[in-house]
Design a protein around this ligand. Sequence first.
Ligand SMILES: CSC[C@@H](O)[C@@H](O)C(=O)COP(=O)(O)O
Length: 341
Amino acid sequence: MTTPTIEWTGETDGHLRLLDQTKLPTETVVLDCETVDDVWWAIKKLSVRGAPAIGIAAAYGVVLAASDSHESIKQACDHLATSRPTAVNLFWALDRMRRVADEARDSERAERLLAEARAIHAEDAEQCAAMGRYGADLFEQTLAKGSGILTHCNTGALATGGDGTALAVLFELHRRGFAPKVYADETRPLLQGGRLTMWELMQRGVNATLICDSMSAQVMREGRVAAAIVGADRIAANGDAANKIGTYGVALHCRAHGLPFYVAAPSTTFDLSLSSGDGIPIEQRAAEEITQPGGVAVAPEGAEVYNPAFDVTPSELIAGIITERGVISPVNQQTVAALIG
Ligand SMILES: CSC[C@@H](O)[C@@H](O)C(=O)COP(=O)(O)O
């Protein structure tokens, strides 16, 4: 990928440049964010999206207020925290930025905040690489070379500061010559799979096939896939995992067909303050995303709509969670605490 997903230009007086993901794959547009509110909107309307990428963008967003008063920086953190509710990486990154703002002297605050945002970005890239290695080791040991693997939503370089979470595993398998055949769910209603995952897989030469979300059970029944792997936006202490709407259905289909269902997520996606997935806040999005996809009306005017952006997969359906620290398997409160707690 030639245009970076997230890039800070210059030093403390610089600004944030985001690859506008609402325009992909047909247009490559860079969004210049010069104010905290620009970043808030970019997150809200999914110009930047994916749990780790949201956290990184928000951290740089705080730097845009770094030369203001300490009080204004805290207000910037509070404002950015209202952009989207589900991905815990957003709140984790803002907590890190708040801590630095509180500790730093006035004269050094801007430099320290920029250094912290850069560190959050760089650490995520390293975590992606580690997840890629752990996941590829696991799949090489348990699946036949050339296996079909299903994925949902977009979990690649567009969603993180590095190569991705679930997609990092698939990229690493591709690099190792395992030749995975990837089935990408289109991911209704905003088509992150069709628009973004297919774009990333095809750019890297991975064998990729696009399917509608409603086809995954049939694809499994026909024996086309041997496993599924997805990302996560928030994982509770017992391993219940929230991810893009439709993920829970994929996990149930895997269970019905005796296939392993894996989640790949960095430690920054765990929220150990929640005992189960029941406490994870689920973002509700605008009705128009369903009634007028791409601005074209496909439902009667005034149709009532329910549009949750995420669902929760119970830990008992998850064969393993691939993290940068290793693989959690089986998935339960004890095994999560042993690696993440
Ligand atoms: C590495 S990304 C993991 C998740 O953030 C991803 O699967 C997902 O659900 C993204 O949802 P989105 O609404 O596009 O931000």
